[in-house]
Design a protein around this ligand. Structure first.
Ligand code: ATP
Ligand code: MG
Length: 318
């Protein structure tokens, strides 16, 4: 059986990170950027670095932000032939600023930029088995949502698998069409990467444990609950949950750690590793990701992840 290609359809953005805590993107601050970003791009970049075959479908403007994105992904061996350049729109941009408690505020320039200029009929999926990764962050945009839903239907018809990181931010989910699309994709997923907050938001009347049990009995095969500095817990339908404690690192910029976790987990799965290996490597890669400023600057290849696990073992099992 050939290895599956990991694909994503969604927003390609560059991100600027404020150096001043609490500036709220309102007061003057210095910024770093343009950092290549967009949740699907971060995940796919990481999966490629780990060694999986990958392809991303999206659009950028005919400008240097777009060039920076394409060059980064290409350097890391992502197939970028599904990225179109739109001449009359600018590349999407995100700005982020942190507060002292680690929470953050974003401004996205996504709607009506090149980031949502995706034509569903131009998505030519590669031959062979597929794993399609979806980030809930893409579903708030109607054009991206349509492209993702149509592509997911084709992937499933072809016998491929769906992976979903809900990223269920309440401000995004106030539109019932968004939460309906997310719930539908979750039910069709083989891999699910929720945080505790995602589960609380998606299943407010249930405990996380009950929600996980129901998702597994409904057909989801693997649920990796991401828990920030505490690591992750992996649930599969027939085994006891696997607690994977976090690695101790100095957190500089946590944005993108979840996407990096997903990219690592999926790439390891595509390369044929056990669920436990997938989780351990994803945990390490997520920890590495938060140590660098910029959403995909902390992405890493397999050698670096192995080196990190040796030199910085996970905390003792809880
Ligand atoms: P985001 O949506 O912002 O990308 P998330 O909430 O989906 O993030 P997290 O749980 O924050 O995802 O991070 C994903 C994984 O990265 C965690 O499960 C953990 O393995 C690792 N990780 C994140 N933050 C830290 C940290 N401070 N220390 C060690 N590991 C971390
Ligand atoms: Mg997340």
């Amino acid at each position: 059986m050939p290895q599956p290609t990991i694909i994503a359809v969604g927003e390609l953005l560059v991100e600027f990170v404020s150096h001043r805590e609490g500036c709220e993107l309102r007061e003057l601050s210095e910024y770093s950027g343009p950092y290549p970003s967009g949740a699907p791009a971060i995940c796919i970049d990481q999966a490629a670095r780990v060694g999986a075959a990958t392809q991303i479908f999206g659009a950028v403007g005919d400008d240097n932000f777009g060039n920076a994105l394409i060059e980064r992904l290409q350097t890391n061996r992502v197939d970028v032939s599904g990225i179109s350049k739109v001449s009359d729109k600018s590349t999407g941009v995100a700005f982020v600023s942190y507060y002292a408690d680690g929470s953050r505020t974003f401004i996205f320039h996504l709607n009506n930029t090149a980031a949502d200029a995706i034509a569903t009929d131009e998505i030519n999926l590669p031959d062979g088995p597929l794993i399609m990764h979806v980030s809930g962050s893409s579903l708030g945009n109607p054009k991206l949502r349509t492209a993702i839903e149509c592509t997911a239907t084709v992937v499933i018809e072809r016998g491929g698998q769906i992976s979903c990181d809900p990223n269920a931010r309440p401000e995004l989910m106030s539109d019932p069409a968004v939460s309906a699309a997310l719930q539908k994709l979750i039910k069709k997923s083989t891999y699910l990467f929720p945080s505790d907050n995602d589960l609380e938001f998606l299943y407010p009347n249930q405990s996380s444990q009950t929600a996980i049990k129901e998702l597994l009995s409904g057909g989801v095969k693997t649920i990796a609950l991401t828990r920030g500095e505490h690591g992750s817990t992996i649930y599969t339908d027939n085994n006891a949950p696997l607690q994977l404690p976090g690695h101790t690192v100095v957190e500089l910029d946590p944005t993108g750690a979840g996407d990096c976790f997903c990219g690592t987990f999926l790439a390891m799965a595509a390369l044929g590793h056990s669920t436990e290996q997938c989780g351990r490597y994803a945990n390490a890669a997520g920890a590495m990701a938060v140590t660098k400023r910029g959403p995909m600057e902390g992405n890493s290849n397999l050698d670096a992840i192995e080196q990190f696990i040796k030199s910085n073992p996970a905390k003792a099992e809880a």
